[in-house]
Design a protein around this ligand. Structure first.
Ligand SMILES: Cc1cc2nc3c(=O)[nH]c(=O)nc-3n(C[C@H](O)[C@H](O)[C@H](O)COP(=O)(O)O)c2cc1C
Length: 180
């Protein structure tokens, strides 16, 4: 199968997840073309399936990812597509934060008129040592609310790679029309 992966990232965690998805899919014999959404990839319809990934920053998804989805919406809605949402909230168990997260995702999909076959909430990373003062401040606040680490001297990766792999396998089977 020819798979397209488009990602939007700020600090690099969604890129890392997209790269992992690419490597795992290639190990299974698929051809994978990966694009950063800021490079303005086109023609999603030329592939058999598409995975789009975006991190959340200050309550919203990546602008370049939104642009890609908008430009390719007809293709995305007529082929197997999946959305991978990367956030710190997904690392925690706080019910209220999860409700907010699901609302952000639903609002995005509604606004785009996109109906992906699968939506996966993936935990991102806290890269305190790479943040400037402002980002550190915001992230400490978000981490406090959602149960993440508030130790600003240490980076923490929350991404559950087993869960990411399970998502990929499920999507690939679905995209190939194999019944669950
Ligand atoms: C300035 C800033 C704002 C963020 N805002 C949110 C947010 O509103 N909700 C959330 O769940 N995570 C938020 N995060 C956490 C990111 O989604 C998380 O760090 C993710 O791993 C970033 O992925 P990326 O490196 O691919 O951009 C924020 C991170 C930063 C640095």
């Amino acid at each position: 199968m020819k798979l397209m992966i488009v990602y939007g990232t700020v600090e690099g965690q969604t890129f890392k997840i997209a790269k992992y998805l690419q490597q795992q899919a290639e190990k299974l014999g698929h051809t994978v073309i990966m694009y950063n959404a800021i490079d303005n990839p086109v023609n999603a319809g030329a592939y058999d399936a598409v995975i789009v990934g975006s991190s959340i920053h200050v309550g919203g998804y990546n602008a370049a990812v939104k642009h890609f989805v908008k430009e390719n919406i007809d293709a995305l809605n007529t082929m197997p597509s999946a959305f991978v949402s990367v956030s710190l909230t997904a690392a925690g168990t706080d019910e209220e934060s999860w409700k907010d997260l699901e609302h952000i995702t639903e609002k995005f999909l509604d606004e785009m008129h996109w109906k992906p076959a699968l939506v996966e909430q993936v935990a991102g990373a806290l890269l305190y040592t790479q943040y400037d003062f402002f980002k550190k401040f915001i992230m400490r606040m978000i981490a406090k609310k959602s149960g993440g680490s508030t130790d600003t001297g240490t980076d923490v990766e929350y991404t559950d790679w087993v869960k990411v792999n399970e998502f990929l396998n499920k999507f690939l089977l679905l995209a190939q029309g194999v019944p669950a």
